[in-house]
Design a protein around this ligand. Sequence first.
Ligand code: NAP
Length: 246
Amino acid sequence: MSFSGKVVIVTGSSRGIGKSIALAFAKGGASVVISGRSQANLNEVQKEIEAARTKSLAVIADVANADEAKMMIEKTIDTFGRIDILVNNAGITRDNLLFRLSEEDWDAVLDTNLKGAFNCIKAAARPMMKNKGGVIINITSVVGQTGNAGQANYAASKAGMIGLTKSVAKELASRNIRSNAVAPGFIITDMTENLNEKVREDLIKSIPLGSLGSVEDVADLVLFLSSDKAKYITGQVINVDGGMVM
Ligand code: NAP
């Protein structure tokens, strides 16, 4: 799939799924804006993108902060003049059982995962409208569809992203802006590497295809949904989960 001439922002692209999505777009010829809260790893990712001979911009921005999200969008416009694709991937977990879940951990997760996506969409929508089109992809989770003990905050944020995705799809369809969500199951990244062996084994037993997913599995779906091959798809949640949720 060629994304030559397209400008893509991937939030939370200093590692894990976001990094893989950013690199996949770079290989497809897009100009890629990478971001995270800290410089750590962003330089490395930028070097890898430039090895694909495409342009890139690294922006340090906390998506939970509306001003920083806006600044990231403005820097993108200043540098590349447009935004074609926004991937809201930045996300965190702060797991605990309900009675031990602090208000602070509730707020941190909702602010990053759900409000963060809203902040970026709100700032990017106008330039996309000016451009007469665009694509928004929100990285949600199967947990937003099923719930998960110990993840009330995370599951609520991811379920909220599904409502956000569908509402934005309805509001912006007439402006030729598509909005879809991608729901990964269990993917091998920093976020999941701390699972103990027993939990990991039980988890694998619950996945019909019998293994955890790779970051590339998620990136492949994001690129398809961002491409013209998906030009008639909007307001959908597509799972990439080895069959966990059917
Ligand atoms: P990860 O390895 O922990 O990476 C998270 C990325 O988000 C990092 O680049 C991090 O960079 C950035 N980030 C975190 N908070 C941010 C903030 N407030 N503002 C900007 N950037 C922020 O996570 P991952 O496993 O790749 O997950 C990526 C996305 O997929 C998340 O939304 C996650 O919920 C979702 N997901 C993952 C799985 C899985 O199995 N791994 C399954 C379902 C859904 P900094 O720390 O530098 O900010």
